[in-house]
Design a protein around this ligand. Structure first.
Ligand code: CMC
Length: 453
């Protein structure tokens, strides 16, 4: 293969540069395409589009390989703690002992929230989803941390990164405490990152709290495995929003919202719901497999399939082994884990899943571990967000440090009306075409009287 691709458009030939990374796909560089040809490309879902040049994470979806900054995920998961991996992702190298201590210290000293922020939590109703709370309060950090909002100033960038890494676990735990009506437990800075989070989640002011080391180990592992995954939906969102030069807190709040969806980070919660439903309905796995295969049924096997992995997700392998270890110590067998394993076995032999290369992904077994740690279901995606934070930060920083950074502004294939004359209101058709018919929202009874609160 040569270093150029030839494109023939209306009898005119153009040469496009083919770029080669250190590993992975060869890339046809179309950055000059519009200027050269007046044409753009179309790629719904960006399945064929490189959205960034990045040196952070390498994924080989065919082989089931994931590496952060060149290091195999299996090795990092076995040997590192989460903040060490966060340092690696953000700065590109594993830290020396001194660098790591400085990094830990910088984070430790910033775990508290401004006292005024407690009122924000108090304003949310008890049934507020923790992901909505997390994104709202992370965004609110931009109100309280005004001296770290400029993404073009390296000192402010550093401060914002430290603050976010330090405060996000506190925000996540306070959101949970608010939802269960318990006192906020302030961070304890003598604890490490994962211990501190479990303490803030589960300790009570009236009780002595014992931190289970196995739970710390499992949490550390899950955070590492979620820490980055290339140009996924939430990371691309952080890059997209960040490209307007908005502050880090607001860019990450946008990423949290993107993560919430069921096709992305929300799949772990959806997966446990599915496993619970299977157990509740007597363990009829065949019925759920049939539903997932039915093209007329929108149901999908949650925790299965991936845009990039066409092989077993390496993270799922590690998580499954951890679930096995953690749950083997429980006296009774865990019905959810049992059903999950049976479901996997059946799906991996079924031609529908085999032909489409659908394997368990990171979300298939992670919920089972969160469950064993006592994390409530609606907090699962919050845990994913805590894990993904170093990845979001690393990509945001990489983008701002790149000399080719531009605001993200895709074009489109327009399929609407060509120009047409304005129609005065009295002359408009009373039967508008379907696309613009207005559906009235259901009429509820408004507690505040005539107006909805
Ligand atoms: N169950 C049943 N069928 C599936 C599933 C599934 N979980 N996933 C994909 N398919 C089928 C799909 O119906 C399509 O079939 P056909 O070719 O007959 O139309 C084919 O496989 C290709 O699917 P796709 O939707 O074109 O694939 P995608 O790359 O756009 O979607 C995905 C990837 C992860 C959104 C999808 O596999 C899915 O919805 N999985 C379930 C949700 C999930 O587990 N999400 C977590 C992803 S990993 C963590 C993360 O990224 O946050």
């Amino acid at each position: 293969m040569g270093d150029t691709a030839k494109l023939i458009l209306q009898d005119q030939e153009y040469e496009l540069h083919v770029r080669v990374g250190t590993e992975g796909n060869r890339v046809i560089d179309i950055s000059k395409l519009y200027a050269m040809t007046g044409h753009i490309t179309l790629d719904d879902g960006f399945a064929n589009t490189g959205g960034a040049t990045s040196a952070i994470t390498y994924i080989d979806g065919e082989q089931g390989i994931l590496r952060y900054r060149g290091y195999r995920i299996e090795e990092l998961a076995e040997r590192c703690d989460f903040l060490e991996v966060a340092f690696l992702l953000i700065y590109g190298e594993l830290p020396t002992a001194e660098q790591l201590e400085e990094f830990r210290q910088g984070i430790r000293r910033r775990t508290l929230l401004h006292e005024g922020m407690k009122d924000i939590f108090r304003g949310f109703p008890p049934d507020a989803h923790p992901m909505a709370i997390l994104s709202s309060v992370v965004n609110a950090l931009s109100i309280y941390c005004k001296d770290s909002l400029d993404p073009l100033d390296e000192n402010q960038r550093q401060l914002a990164m430290y603050r976010l890494l330090a405060k996000m676990p506190t925000i996540a735990a306070f959101g949970y405490k608010q939802s269960v009506g318990q006192a906020f437990m302030y961070p304890q800075n003598h604890l490490d990152y994962c211990q501190n989070f479990l303490y803030m989640m589960f300790a009570l002011p009236s009780e002595r709290y014992h931190i289970n080391p196995e739970h710390v180990e499992a949490l550390n592992l899950l955070l590492i495995l979620h820490a980055d995954h290339g140009q996924n939906c939430s990371t691309s969102t952080v890059r997209m929003v960040g490209s307007s030069n908005v502050n880090l807190f607001s860019a990450v709040a946008a990423g949290i919202n993107a993560l919430w969806g069921q096709l992305h980070g929300g799949a772990n919660e959806a997966c446990i719901n599915m496993l619970e439903q299977i157990v509740a309905e007597g363990g009829n796995i065949g019925k759920f497999i049939d539903r997932a295969k039915d093209p007329n049924d929108p149901f999908r096997l949650m925790g299965f399939g991936h845009r990039i992995y066409k092989n077993y997700d390496p993270r799922a392998k590690i998580i499954k082994a951890m679930a096995d270890r953690l749950l083997s110590k429980q006296a009774a067998t865990n019905p959810l884990f049992q059903v999950a394993q049976e479901l996997e076995e059946v799906a991996l032999k079924d031609p529908y899943f085999v032909d489409r290369k659908l394997y368990p992904n990171v979300d298939f077994y992670s919920g089972i571990i969160y469950r064993a740690l006592g994390i409530p279901k609606n907090m699962f995606t919050v845990l994913f967000a805590l894990g993904r934070l170093p990845g979001w930060i690393a990509h945001w920083r990489e983008m701002h440090m790149s000399s080719s950074k531009r605001i993200h502004r895709p074009r489109q294939l327009y399929i609407g009306y060509p120009e047409r004359p304005y129609v005065p209101i009295v002359k408009r058709s009373t039967e508008p075409p379907k696309e613009v018919s207005i559906q009235r929202p259901p009429q509820g009874v408004f507690p505040g009287g005539e107006f909805e609160l």
